[in-house]
Design a protein around this ligand. Structure first.
Ligand code: ATP
Length: 323
């Protein structure tokens, strides 16, 4: 079927995530396969307003599949949230003949894409964030790489905690979501996982440590999602209360970098191709995602209104087997 659009743009927006490059590559190649021209827009919506674009052909996206970060750079733009900024962005699209836009980013970026779609620039959103906090998909690009990075770091921490029979409180990213903490906690055998979705306190952590100690456990990992507790304060309290030497580690931005896992590369490739398919079919205001291992697309505003259930079964299982 002939494509309804002849030229599309692609941008990355909000926090970067490993796998964004794989998505850009897929968008470019899937578009060129359908005879669609592609422009890369640097620095998200800020670059769109500034007309900071580059033609992208199949060879321009060689050797980026394995690279973390985003070759198009990412940014946040306050100006884009104003009507004036949005009109500038639309004018650039018109000037450059951009008839559709693939937006790779999180919820905020989706909102921007919704506003552009409503003003006549068809947009399709691809979920790209390490936090996995986008409601309309089971998996976002970058989440798998992020949790594998956390697992690698925590395994190293555990080696030294075991040697010295200590406790370690590790703070991980996730903003307002506990997916990174939960998955990494299960994969590293953490004694306790603190997430924003499940109310708990340091008293619960100490209770779990004491239970473990009675059963012969001599080293402890506590994973705390950012925003639910301060790793330094918690460590001090655990040490004072239990007498176990306790250290705090805040993993920070190391979790956002690195070469994407094969899972993220495959996912990003699928999302990129699917987003182009939708634009080529004349669709607008859509987001792509994965549900039960099936590619899905939704109306962007319906997607933003969806609720994501925290996987309590996983959380409860983690609690049972972490003794
Ligand atoms: P992350 O999950 O990594 O934070 P994000 O896409 O949610 O990614 P934001 O900073 O929230 O990141 O949004 C990125 C950009 O999207 C903003 O800088 C802004 O330009 C645009 N944006 C955010 N919210 C809106 C909105 N309500 N209307 C229009 N544009 C928006």
């Amino acid at each position: 079927m002939e494509s309804k659009v002849k030229k599309i743009g692609v941008l990355t927006s909000g926090g970067d995530a490993p796998g964004m490059n794989a998505a850009i590559r897929s968008v470019v190649r899937a578009a060129r396969y359908r005879g669609i021209e592609v422009v890369g827009i640097r620095r998200g919506y800020a670059g769109l307003i500034a007309g900071d674009t580059m033609e992208l052909d199949v060879r321009d996206v060689s050797n980026i599949l394995h690279a973390g970060g985003t070759m198009l750079y990412s940014a946040r733009s306050k100006e884009f949230c104003t009507e004036e900024g949005m009109q500038k962005a639309i004018a650039v699209c018109k000037e450059q003949g951009i008839e559709g836009l693939v937006v790779i980013g999180g919820d905020g970026s989706y909102r921007g894409a919704g506003d552009l779609s409503a003003r006549g620039i068809p947009c399709v959103g691809i979920p790209g964030t390490i936090d996995n906090d986008i409601t309309s998909t089971d998996y976002t690009i970058g989440f798998d790489t992020c949790i594998n990075c956390v697992v690698d770091m925590v395994d190293r921490i555990r080696d030294t905690m075991r040697s010295h029979e200590r406790c370690s409180v590790v703070e991980v990213m996730g903003r307002h979501a506990g997916y990174v903490a939960l998955h990494a906690g299960i994969a590293t055998g953490a004694t306790f996982v603190m997430v924003p979705e499940v109310p708990s306190s340091v008293v619960d952590v100490i209770k779990k440590i004491e239970e473990g100690r009675k059963l012969g456990k001599s080293n402890f990992i506590v994973i705390v999602a950012e925003g639910v507790g301060n790793a330094e304060d918690m460590s001090r309290y655990i040490q004072e209360t239990t007498g176990i030497v306790t250290r705090a580690t805040i993993l920070g931005h190391v979790q956002r970098g690195g070469s994407p896992t094969s899972r993220d590369r495959v996912l990003a490739s699928q999302y990129g191709n699917f987003a182009v398919e939708l634009l080529a079919a004349g669709k607008s205001n859509r987001v792509v995602g994965m549900r039960k291992d099936e590619l899905v697309d939704y109306d962007l505003h319906e997607a933003l209104a969806m609720k994501k259930e925290f996987p309590m079964d996983l959380y409860n299982m983690s609690d049972i087997i972490s003794i």
